[in-house]
Design a protein around this ligand. Structure first.
Ligand SMILES: N[C@@H](CCC(=O)N[C@@H](CS)C(=O)NCC(=O)O)C(=O)O
Length: 224
């Protein structure tokens, strides 16, 4: 397995591509990045959808044979991250739990669920409303923005409670779930929200400073 070649097809500036990449970088696993023509809507083409049926970035190809016959294709950025972590030393580094440790797995899954259900939806909607819609010449929905601002702040109360008990979301060790947050967390600041650095949630601010100052994040935090 270690001799197989990983190719990530994505668009570097999108949060989901960044989520997959930050974990690959944290693992130190070599991979090629194929830049999808996102602005030209390549991801909506029929050919692209044969690999990613929802027409979204990113997807991963793991090639182990010269003829491509054994290629393993995987989409969903968090699934890509988990797969790479399991294959490339993530258990040894503590980035994913040891499958034999049921409680560690449970804590990890709890944190993973929190990210995808409590954090990402409002952070993603804010990004779409405040940044993506204006770029596309569409009108923002101020009511939706206000609702998401209120919701996200309420969710950060929950994060503060979790992070006042443990250094990271799944316990006292960094996991890939902490890293997942930079995808939609980092764009909040450029929208003018200081939520992740605010003294209102001191443990969130401490945690955010930790994860957002990692080299793996610097490596993928591009705006092109
Ligand atoms: N659930 C997918 C979502 C991927 C996703 O939403 N990608 C966005 C960029 S971050 C995208 O391709 N959007 C284009 C579109 O939906 O048309 C994942 O986690 O990989």
């Amino acid at each position: 397995m270690a001799t197989s070649k990983l190719t990530l097809h994505g668009f570097p500036r999108t949060p989901c591509t960044k989520i997959a990449r930050i974990v690959l970088e944290e693992l130190g696993v070599p991979y090629d990045l194929v830049r999808v023509d996102f602005l030209g809507y390549e991801h909506h083409s029929a050919a692209y959808r044969t690999q990613q049926p929802f027409g979204q970035v990113p997807y991963l190809v793991e090639s182990s044979g010269a003829d491509g016959g054994d290629d393993f294709v995987l989409f969903e950025c968090r699934a890509i991250a988990r797969y790479a972590a399991i294959l490339y030393g993530g258990v040894e580094k503590g980035l994913v739990p040891d499958p034999a440790d049921a409680r560690a797995v449970a804590r990890f899954e709890q944190a993973a669920s929190v990210e995808v259900t409590d954090f990402m939806p409002s952070a993603r909607t804010l990004l779409l409303e405040n940044v993506v819609k204006p770029i596309r010449g569409l009108e923002r929905d101020p009511k939706k923005v206000a609702e998401c601002e209120t919701l996200l702040q309420a969710k950060l109360d929950g994060y503060e409670a979790m992070l006042s008990k443990s250094k990271y979301l799944a316990g006292h060790h960094l996991t890939i779930v902490d890293l997942f947050h930079v995808g939609y967390g980092a764009p909040l600041k450029m929208q003018g929200y200081d939520y992740l650095e605010s003294p209102r949630w001191p443990n969130v601010a401490r945690w955010w400073k930790d994860i957002s100052s990692r080299q793996s994040w610097s490596n993928v935090n591009v705006s092109d």
